[in-house]
Ligand binder design. Structure first.
Ligand code: AMP
Length: 361
């Protein structure tokens, strides 16, 4: 989606990843297949472009360093370094005074025993590295579950976090330009199923005070990170009305996909503008919107019924070009526009149901 936004504005796109025929590769001028650790390939790639960005934060620091000695990397490797590891991210947020749930850094089993006795149960143990969509997470309901939890994450460095009693989950997708300009898409309402984003309603159905506070916190985070590019800040809205940051994503985010159909400037074009040193575009939203994810599970009983979902003129279908539909894998999404968020959501979910039920919408 980023490459499409870039091509639309006349840029040429080169991409490097360990895979071939990737969604990005399919719409790029050049697709290089090499591991991120292959620094010779990475340097060769960097010499042929003007600026490098990424759409996946688990790129090793040595790779971004190799690139940044040749061309700018935006956001900088330092932003990746903080956000690709939960311990660093939590400590960064806590030290800068942003609201996060009580947590402890866990490096050994005794840390976990002590952590559980200090922050109490229920708690969630999350691996420090490569966790996303609930992977590498285990819930600890009582102190007797500590040893099993430690084993289940293969005894690796982790963060122990209090379970937040939240009313809903929110996010703010925002961008910061090279000159420090800030733009955001307001607060978005996110609903997860099995720890994976299921749907987003934009704008979130929350009081204006909460929206303003979430945007203000997000602005502070982008400034503190000195990020250039799009960053998503994910929040829990507690039942007492307080916001807590759950995590950061230093790139366009799934909860911002609605911007492709609903906003003057999509989050991908915004990323392009920031990364290429252009002024940011308007984030104005034409109409309330909802986005429903299409996971590989939808293919279980055969090819989804695309015409049935497209039968609703207010619904837009996006498929990413991933060849293999696996359970839990994000294959595409639907966006619906309407007069308010609730009716947009109804349309999007109805269209998604039609994909498997085959009924016309
Ligand atoms: P994460 O990968 O950290 O974003 O976690 C995935 C999902 O697990 C979140 O979107 C929440 O639904 C849930 N979750 C994670 N951490 C907590 C927490 N401390 N309290 C309650 N729910 C959580």
């Amino acid at each position: 989606m980023f490459a499409i936004a870039a091509r639309r504005m006349g840029y040429r796109v080169h991409t490097l990843s360990p895979d071939s025929d990737t969604p990005t590769g399919q719409v790029s001028d050049l697709e290089i297949t090499a591991p991120y650790e292959d620094l010779d390939a990475v340097r060769m790639f960097a010499r042929r472009v003007d600026v490098v960005t990424f759409e996946f934060e688990n790129v090793p620091a040595t790779t971004t360093e190799a690139v940044s000695s040749i061309v700018p990397v935006r956001p900088a490797g330092s932003v990746l370094h903080v956000t690709q590891q939960r311990i660093r991210e939590k400590l960064f947020l806590q030290r800068a005074g942003f609201p996060v749930a009580p947590f402890r850094v866990i490096k050994a089993p005794q840390d976990l025993h002590q952590g559980v006795s200090e922050i109490g149960c229920p708690a969630i143990l999350k691996t420090a590295d490569s966790g996303y969509d609930g992977k590498g997470q285990v819930r600890i309901s009582s102190p007797s579950g500590v040893d099993a939890a430690w084993k289940s994450i293969d005894e690796c460095a982790a963060v122990l976090e209090s379970l937040v009693d939240f009313e809903c989950e929110l996010s703010v997708v925002a961008a910061r330009s090279l000159t420090g300009e800030f733009a955001h898409y307001g607060t978005l309402e996110n609903h997860h199923r099995d720890h994976i984003l299921d749907f987003t309603v934009a704008p979130a159905r929350i009081p204006a005070r909460v929206d303003a506070r979430a945007v203000e916190i997000t602005r502070g985070v982008l400034e503190k990170l000195e990020a250039v590019g799009v960053v998503c800040v994910e929040f829990f809205l507690r039942r007492d009305g307080e916001l807590m940051i759950n995590e950061l994503a230093p790139r366009p985010h799934n909860s911002g996909h609605f911007t492709l159909d609903a906003c003057v400037t999509s989050q991908f074009e915004q990323q392009l503008r920031a990364v290429c040193g252009l002024p940011l575009g308007s984030t104005a939203q034409f109409r309330p919107a909802a986005m429903a994810n299409l996971l590989g599970d939808l293919w279980e009983a055969g090819k989804p019924n695309w015409p049935a979902a497209c039968a609703c003129p207010e619904v837009k279908l996006h498929l990413y070009g991933k060849t293999e539909p696996r359970n839990g894998r994000k294959m595409g999404h639907l966006t619906a526009l309407s007069d308010n968020g609730s009716s947009a959501l109804e349309l999007a979910l109805h269209a998604r149901d039609a994909l498997v039920l085959g009924v016309s919408v």
